[in-house]
Design a protein around this ligand. Sequence first.
Ligand code: DX5
Ligand code: ZN
Length: 217
Amino acid sequence: MSNTIVAPSLLSCDFGRIKEESELLNASEADWFHLDVMDGVFVPNISFGLPIIAAFRKHTTKPLDVHLMIEDANQYVSDFKKAGADILTVHYEACTHLHRTIQAIKAEGMKAAVALNPHTPISVLSSILPDLDMVLIMSVNPGYGGQKFIESSYDKIKALRAMANASNPNLIIEVDGGVNLENAPKLVEAGANALVAGSTVYKSDNPSETISALKRA
Ligand code: DX5
Ligand code: ZN
């Protein structure tokens, strides 16, 4: 059994059926619920916010992996904790005082993660890496589900794993965007240990089986 964490992205689920969608994931091998918050400013799309996270929280005991694609995340850290987030990811590109934000997330008892857009080099994390529980490598430009995987992500993951081996060996490396059954094993081989998948799971005939297949990557 692999140790790869699988986090289906609920951006692609049916929001009219939050209870049923939660039950599907509860009964599956999914490790986390990945929840994408978009503000229409940092990214050119608006998804959902605190009340929807609180709604999923009512229907699962699995960790909620909340990916904030918003400006000014610092001011909402405790609100996301109250809504039920277990892991809070902020974007490097949207946080001026990243160290302060990471400390605030940890002070609330959540795991702290930083996401990097495809154009952002991993070198910007060198000072903060020992403080992080996870880094999220965006393998598409954030904002939408269903986009094509960016191939240069493999090298980025490999380099980040090497960097983490030196300063934070327990770092979780999560990949988000265009993850499918074909690239999943290559991502794990490159050093990723958490896979986010939206379209691959929800556009498949059997989401639960697809989650199991990703788990075996
Ligand atoms: C994109 C989001 C992703 C998205 C992934 O900005 O962060 O989590 O839902 O969707 P797929 O797996 O379809 O690329
Ligand atoms: Zn995401």
